[in-house]
Design a protein. Structure first.
Length: 134
């Protein structure tokens, strides 16, 4: 290994004397400039850009349809009470009528709540009718 010259340290950094007399300040090595970059495609001026497309807002969800679905789910597990399945059946029928009249969303929720109300009502009727037959 050869000894480094006075103006160069063993790691290849060029050093200059410190103007304040504190010793040499290491300077990083000089790297070649990066290659020229490829320019991006020119974007149109914002004033001449197309306006964003109009998005029609979705109609609101029918609250009666959601009530029907909730009572239908409750009525399936508490069919012996009879009231939740009947409420689900009635609110489902009213929700389907309201959805057709006002154009709201939620026909699946109202229909499924109505279906669960029918099943819960029939299960509740069977729950009370079968012991009465014996």
């Amino acid at each position: 290994m050869s000894t480094p010259e006075p103006d160069q340290d063993p790691y290849g950094y060029h050093t200059k004397p410190d103007p304040y007399g504190n010793g040499p300040i290491p300077q990083p090595p000089v790297y070649p400039p990066p290659p020229p970059s490829i320019p991006y495609a020119q974007q149109p001026h914002p004033l001449y850009a197309y306006p964003p497309p109009y998005v029609q807002p979705r109609p609101p969800m029918s609250a009666v349809a959601v009530v029907s679905l909730v009572f239908g789910l409750i009525g399936i597990f508490t069919f012996w009470l009879i009231v939740p399945p009947v409420v689900a059946l009635l609110t489902g029928a009213f929700g389907l009528w309201e959805i057709r009249k006002h154009g709201e969303r939620g026909s699946f929720s109202a229909g499924f709540g109505m279906f669960l109300g029918i099943v819960g009502t029939l299960a509740g009727a069977a729950f009370y009718a079968i012991p009465a037959l014996n």
